[in-house]
Design a protein around this ligand. Structure first.
Ligand code: SF4
Length: 293
């Protein structure tokens, strides 16, 4: 199969070649864990059953998970081993199965998830960067319960410089529209845990507050009260951010207050706003391949 899963359209056979993402044709997983630092309606009390896929179709220079997304840490596993990992998380009383950066493995997930959906009987979360094709997402209709896409940039020059992605804004906006069409508005259970819906994440970058404002306004104008918004201020310079002086620092308190006020004025129907103090490495999981055993 020639891979054209995502907008990079590499058209390579991943069994003997690599595309932009460098992902193999089989599942490659770096880590699983009960994650307690996702949004409260996702982590709940027991934690979210996160499965971190290796490799990514974006090359973000500030990626906090670059060891797995760009350096490719992880282990190739079979479909049955993947099913076992899902069941292991369920047995650990995870509130959901949270697929982190799953896009490059869409071709496998489209086949395996329907086989185990009833057995897992938990919401399945698609936690992606939104640099995705509509035709790929359409194949997930009825399989995914909750979409958790990033919406990273309005300015396409930023997307090219920082993530190596052409036409990011329009691509992500169309992808999120498709996601919302599939799962509808946010629905919580009696314990406040998400069962269906879309929560859009936006990471605020230093020196780019105006871009963040356009993204938030775009979300409000296009989706109104149908989606929740999680505004993240956890940015800290890591990986290659030191090569870009404008993003080689934390957010200032002034930037934080400005975007927080803007977010509050838009009066989204639901969502979260991270505290500035969350900008440190302690919120990033330590990737440990032993979790796959
Ligand atoms: S999933 Fe990977 S190989 Fe396939 S088109 Fe996207 S970047 Fe290229």
């Amino acid at each position: 199969m020639k891979c054209n899963i995502c907008p990079h359209n590499c058209n390579v056979d991943r069994t003997n070649n690599f595309g932009v993402c460098q992902a193999p044709s089989n599942f490659k997983i770096a880590h699983i864990q009960l994650h307690h630092w996702e949004e409260p309606c996702i982590s709940g009390i027991n934690g979210s059953g996160t499965i971190f896929f290796s490799h990514c179709n974006l090359k973000c220079v500030f990626c906090q998970n670059y060891e797995i997304s760009q350096q490719g840490q992880g282990k190739i596993i079979s479909e049955n081993e993947f099913i076992d990992l899902c069941l292991k998380l369920k047995n650990q009383r995870a509130h959901n199965i949270n697929l982190v950066t799953p896009t490059c493995y869409s071709h496998l997930l489209i086949k395996v998830l329907p086989k185990i959906k009833n057995k897992i009987n938990l919401p399945i979360i698609w936690n992606s960067n939104a640099y995705e094709k509509i035709e790929t997402l359409k194949q997930l209709n009825g399989i995914i319960d909750v979409y958790l896409p990033d919406f990273k940039y309005f300015n396409d020059d930023m997307a090219i410089s920082y993530s190596g992605a052409k036409n990011y804004y329009k691509t992500a906006l169309s992808a999120i529209k498709e996601m919302l069409n599939q799962v509808g508005e946010v629905r919580l259970d009696n314990d406040g845990l998400i069962q269906k819906g879309v929560i859009i994440r936006h990471l605020v970058l230093p020196n780019h507050i105006e871009d963040s404002k356009i993204i938030l306004k775009t979300i409000k104008d296009n989706f109104g009260d149908k989606v929740w918004v999680s505004l993240m201020s956890q940015y800290y310079p890591t990986h290659q951010a030191k090569n870009f002086s404008e993003i080689n620092r934390l957010l200032t308190k002034k930037e934080y207050e400005e975007i927080k006020n803007f977010y509050e004025q838009l009066n989204f129907s639901g969502g979260y706003f991270q505290e500035l103090k969350s900008a440190n490495k302690s919120y990033t999981p330590n990737f440990d391949p032993k979790t796959l055993e």
